[in-house]
Write a protein that binds this ligand. Structure first.
Ligand code: AVI
Length: 326
């Protein structure tokens, strides 16, 4: 019996995925947007990446926050009561460090995670309210890349927005500036932004972080094709592509690509479409920008935040910068 691959039922999310895929695979060079990585399997693989020995980013930033959470909360609050907003539905243990510091300082804290996924927000609410007494979670279903809309603060309150985890590194420099300005536009003067950026470092170390020995990052990259098979009825053979990470020094970014091992044609059922690949042709799937020391502070200043303080680790691998809105 012949296996029939049925396209997933149409939904707003499937339409969004289909539009991005059609657009990206019709471009030259071919590209796919990094937000496509994060279906259920991709999010699970990303969690595994954060625990890899080569992926220094998460544990280095966690170390910085663990050592300085009290100081960060103190500087951001400047004597007022803080509310903590996070762009993304909670980066688990790192956010927890700051929430716990705020609870210690002021007895309780309102935490406002902002995310497009209602289910990710609902599970963050359940988990955090159960695990950290004193935190009241007020989720906001919003696409923060389109700007930030928050309720008015009460008297004597100010906000600290967390944009940590090097998430800004996955945006192109102009988009990143637009994003920071959009965040600033949603805040009042004296609210604060905490930005986590990965810093430029030894090329071998950068490459290892994006091409680990256990192959988890390769699986994360290739899952993108498996996702298109599941959701769009595409017929990619993930084994016919290989994962590639390169350091682009001129643009200060790690690039991830999927390289076609052979000349091939791939059908994508849901939009009656065939894509052709030459042997060695790539799909560019992600950029991860690495900042020079001082560059994040410059970006913050030009978006309307006065850089107050920068914390780094001993090796200066990662920086966490606090900016105050002016
Ligand atoms: C989510 N983001 C900050 C990760 C990064 O390092 O750019 C995504 C990632 N891609 C490969 N490994 C991790």
């Amino acid at each position: 019996m012949r296996n029939t691959v049925l396209p997933a039922p149409a939904s707003a999310e499937t339409d969004r995925v289909a539009a991005a895929v059609r657009d990206g695979l019709c471009s030259l060079p071919k590209r796919l947007s990094p937000w496509l990585f994060y279906d259920e399997e991709g999010s699970r693989l990303f969690e595994r990446i954060t625990e890899l020995p080569e992926y220094y980013l998460t544990r280095t930033e966690r170390g910085i926050l663990s050592e300085n959470a009290g100081r960060i909360v103190e500087s951001a609050s400047n004597g007022d009561r803080l509310r903590i907003v996070e762009l993304g539905a909670g980066s688990a243990d790192k956010t927890r460090l700051l929430l716990a510091a705020a609870v210690r300082r002021q007895g309780g804290v309102i935490y406002e995670p902002v995310d497009v996924s209602p289910s990710a927000l609902a599970s963050a609410k359940q988990r955090i309210e159960r695990e950290i007494p004193g935190v009241q979670v007020a989720p906001r279903v919003e696409d923060y890349t389109q700007g930030l809309v928050l309720d008015a603060e009460g008297p004597g309150e100010r906000r600290l927005v967390l944009f940590i985890g090097s998430s800004i590194g996955n945006f192109e420099p102009l988009e990143a500036m637009g994003l920071l300005r959009g965040i600033r536009a949603g805040l009042r003067a004296e609210d604060a932004l905490l930005l986590g950026v990965d810093l430029v470092k030894d090329e071998m170390q950068l490459l290892a972080a994006y091409d680990d020995a256990a192959g988890v990052t390769a699986a994360f990259n290739l899952n993108l094709l498996a996702r298109l098979n599941r959701e769009l009825g595409a017929e990619f053979d993930p084994a016919a592509f290989s994962h590639k990470a390169v350091w682009n020094a001129a643009r200060s970014r790690i690039e991830m690509h999927l390289v076609s091992r052979t000349k091939q044609r791939v059908k994508i059922d849901s939009f009656e479409f065939e894509v052709e690949f030459e042997a060695g042709e790539t799909i560019h799937t992600e950029n991860s920008y690495k900042y020079r020391p001082g560059q994040a502070e410059e970006a913050l200043r030009s978006a309307g935040f006065a850089p107050e303080k920068t914390w780094t680790d001993e090796q200066s691998w990662f920086a966490v910068v606090l900016g105050q809105a002016f």
